[in-house]
Design a binder for this molecule. Structure first.
Ligand code: DOR
Ligand code: ZN
Length: 344
């Protein structure tokens, strides 16, 4: 097979950053996706209707006027988020979800949620209005091993939230463990999960064996191969609860190759090609469309896109770096050969 055509995909989880970063990230997001859920972890974070509007406008100022590409905005939850604040954003049609970062879990999450119990009122309103809760599912206690943080979050917090708010729609973002996959699969239809290309293509050996590769460091951190295999199985199974969310997260090279390097992998230079690679390796290219273009739209209650995109079997080499801000970034799979190329 030399060419495959699929319904145009959407990315249900991406970081575009702000200001001059948008020069790189908006065109990259438009490359193969029609709609993108834009994560709100800026500095300061996007916590109100007003800041969402401002951020959306600055993103849209980088979009050519003839493009139908659409950013779908999200509100960042803090301990102070009020029901009124959520309602105001919802009434203006501004939000496609609210993001729950445990305080300190990842990039720009210092003002995230320190105690989920404080958000019971907010979760109640979200459940009532049908607003999706997008969760970074990791505990932050230093006593918990970094490789166990997703599992412990599920046991301590997610189980409770699901029990207390049975009809709250939840996305367990960038699921990375077999326990996470099993939890989502075994629960009811109110929970789903996104899966990134890096967690399908790599495991912790790729990051750590024979030397540290900081450009593979992201959060939640890459796990051992049994977890990678559970993710591959979930993504390629056709199950409706698993869908595409790249978590593409640009960081300038010097901030990753650093004594204390940032977490995040940039994948929007080749997002659909990277997923195609993983699906082909699993012998499941025929399931790519379901995962990339159908399941997410259904969970978010949106129509599938009407356009198609095509991928050609035409091996090409991923660049070693890409211009970013007044520096550069090293994209996911830099310097390697990918078998599939987006037909432009
Ligand atoms: O690796 C990550 N990078 N994980 C996140 O949760 C945030 C992201 C970022 O914003 O850089
Ligand atoms: Zn993210």
């Amino acid at each position: 097979m030399d060419k495959i055509s699929i319904i145009k995909p959407d990315d249900w989880h991406v970081h575009l950053r702000d200001k001059d970063a948008l020069k790189t990230t908006v065109p990259a997001a438009m490359r193969c996706f029609e709609r993108c859920i834009i994560m709100p972890n800026l500095l300061p974070p996007v916590t109100s209707a007003d800041s969402i509007k401002k951020y959306r406008d600055s993103i849209l100022s980088y979009k050519p006027s003839d493009s139908t590409w659409t950013p779908l905005m999200v509100m960042y939850l803090t301990d102070q988020t009020s029901k009124k604040c959520i309602k105001a954003a919802y009434d203006q049609g501004l939000i496609f979800g609210c993001k729950y970062y445990p305080a300190g879990a990842t990039t720009n999450s210092a003002t995230g949620v320190s105690n989920p119990n404080r958000l019971n009122g907010v979760f109640g309103v979200m459940q009532e209005l049908g607003i999706i809760l997008q969760i970074h599912g990791e505990v932050t206690e230093s006593s918990v091993d970094i490789f166990d943080r997703e599992k412990v979050f599920i046991d301590r917090h997610l189980t409770k939230i699901k029990h207390n708010f049975p009809e709250l729609k939840i996305v367990l973002e960038h699921v990375t463990t077999k326990q996470g996959v099993d939890f989502v699969r075994d629960s009811d239809g109110y929970i789903a999960a996104t899966i990134t290309p890096q967690h399908l293509l790599f495991n912790r050996n790729d990051m750590l064996a024979g030397g540290i590769r900081p450009h593979l460091f992201c959060l939640p951190i890459l796990k051992r191969d049994l977890h990678q295999n559970a993710l591959i199985k979930a993504a390629t199974s056709g199950e409706k609860k698993f869908f595409l969310g790249t978590d593409s997260a640009p960081h300038a090279r010097e901030n990753k190759e650093n004594i204390c390097g940032c977490a995040g992998c940039f994948s929007h230079h080749a997002a659909i090609e990277l997923y195609a690679e993983a699906f082909e390796r699993a012998g499941a290219l025929h399931q790519l469309e379901q995962f990339a273009s159908v399941n997410g739209a259904e969970f978010y209650g949106l129509e599938k896109n009407s356009e198609l995109i095509s991928l050609l079997r035409d091996p090409w080499q991923v660049p070693n770096q890409i211009d970013y801000r007044n520096s550069s970034l090293v994209p996911l799979a830099a310097g390697t050969t990918l078998n599939w190329r987006l037909e432009i």
